[in-house]
Design a protein around this ligand. Structure first.
Ligand SMILES: NC(=O)c1ccc[n+]([C@@H]2O[C@H](COP(=O)([O-])OP(=O)(O)OC[C@H]3O[C@@H](n4cnc5c(N)ncnc54)[C@H](O)[C@@H]3O)[C@@H](O)[C@H]2O)c1
Length: 375
């Protein structure tokens, strides 16, 4: 068994502060298995492997070389290409699923059968049928299942939502959200595109943000899309832009493009009856990046303009995992209601359909017995 790693960030990464008080740490040590040692899998590992109360039992990838590298880098005890033997171990309590979308449902089912708690990357699935099956399996499971909507744990988004809820820009009316990626690592993006479009894959975060911030469900979606790169698999669109309407009358748009020709761009703007709030991630700031993310607030009646620095982490993986552990331990937890996240997935499906058909679509609502929280 490999020794436990030192309490420091691995080489090549910036050392991070450890948020949370000692009292937030789990009461016992949890054995964790991480499945999928790609981009996001390693983001999870980098922020959790050194935390008190965490033992990385195994890291798994069908590409064994990736698993072996992650084992060494994050001091996991074991690695492998098949996750199933690790589900039989009694010293494993939590499984993080960070694989491609087409395997999320099958792995979730195996984990639930084995009695393991799950943190699964979004989107839950690439199709309506699989998404519904995932949701049913998760909400009826005798274990805790969390879906990785990381923005729910992001301090900058939480502050922006609080400011909007406190009336800082009056009544929220318009939301503009752009998330385009210059996809330099094209084979990875191309593989992700085989399972679903960026409007579903990445859009679920932002459909959730709109519903969370407005406190109201998205009821109408229209959109346009395109297949931009010439070597995409047939029928795959790597650009989409959708217009969104909430029940409460907020309108907005979301744009997502993944391709070699796109320029990375990240716009988050919230316009209200009394002003606006913009949110700029640290990496997109033109100055003062060391101060963290930037929230800019403008109030038209006074002409007041405020710049608020937020020292948040873009992907607070430990905070997200801690919320699952708190739920496992029966404590109050930041974990959002599963129905909210399923609802964002259903908006993603409607957005995709609206783009493909050119028609306006009304997203399906989660089953009536599940109270929508959007809170
Ligand atoms: N929450 C976020 O902010 C965020 C950001 C990026 C990606 N994601 C999501 O994370 C998931 C993975 O995306 P990524 O960018 O890390 O992709 P990636 O290609 O970098 O990594 C996926 C890894 O999973 C492995 N894999 C696939 N099927 C497997 C299986 N059955 N068993 C073991 N390993 C398997 C692949 O070999 C690969 O190494 C997707 O659902 C994606 O939407 C979430």
């Amino acid at each position: 068994m490999a020794p436990k790693g030192p309490a420091a960030a691995p080489p090549g990464r910036q050392a991070r502060n450890i948020p949370g008080k000692d009292s937030d740490f789990p009461m016992k040590t949890y054995g964790v298995v991480l499945i999928g040692c790609g981009h996001i899998g390693c983001e999870h590992l980098a922020d959790i492997y050194f935390r008190p109360g965490i033992r990385i039992v195994a890291v798994v990838d069908t590409d064994l070389a990736k698993a072996e590298q992650a084992r060494r880098r994050y001091a996991a005890a074991y690695c492998g290409a098949d996750y199933r033997p690790f589900l039989e171990r009694e010293d494993v309590e939590i499984v993080i699923i960070a694989t491609n979308v087409d395997s999320h449902l099958a792995i979730l089912r195996d984990c639930v059968r084995a009695g393991k708690h799950v943190l699964c990357e979004k989107p839950i699935a690439g199709s309506r049928e699989e998404g519904r099956a995932f949701y049913e399996c998760a909400r009826n499971a005798p274990v805790q299942v969390s879906v990785a909507h990381i923005l729910r744990y992001n301090e900058t988004y939480r502050r922006a939502r609080e400011l909007i809820a406190s009336g800082a820009i009056g009544q929220l009316k318009v939301v503009r959200m752009v998330q385009n990626h210059h996809s330099k690592d094209w084979p990875r993006y191309r593989r992700l595109l085989e399972d679903c479009s960026p409007v579903l894959d990445c859009g679920v975060h932002y459909f959730d943000v709109l519903q969370w911030f407005s406190g109201s469900p998205i009821t109408r979606v229209s959109g346009i899309g395109a297949a931009v790169d010439p070597d995409l698999p047939a029928g795959v669109l790597n650009y989409g832009m959708v217009q969104l309407h909430t029940q409460s009358g907020v309108v907005g748009y979301y744009e997502a493009g993944w391709g070699r020709g796109f320029c990375s761009s990240n716009v988050k703007e919230f316009v209200g009856t009394q002003g606006h709030l913009t949110l700029t991630l640290r990496d997109f700031r033109t100055s003062h990046r060391e101060e963290g993310d930037l929230i800019e607030l403008f109030r038209q009646e006074t002409g007041e303009y405020r710049a608020i620095n937020v020292e948040g982490e873009y992907k607070p993986m430990w905070r997200q995992l801690s919320a699952l552990i708190r739920r496992i331990e029966g404590k109050t937890s930041e974990m959002p209601p599963l129905a909210d996240l399923y609802s964002a997935f259903l908006v993603g499906l409607a957005a995709d359909e609206a783009i493909r058909t050119g028609e306006i679509r009304a997203p399906e609502l989660p089953p009536a017995e599940e109270k929508r929280a959007v809170s």
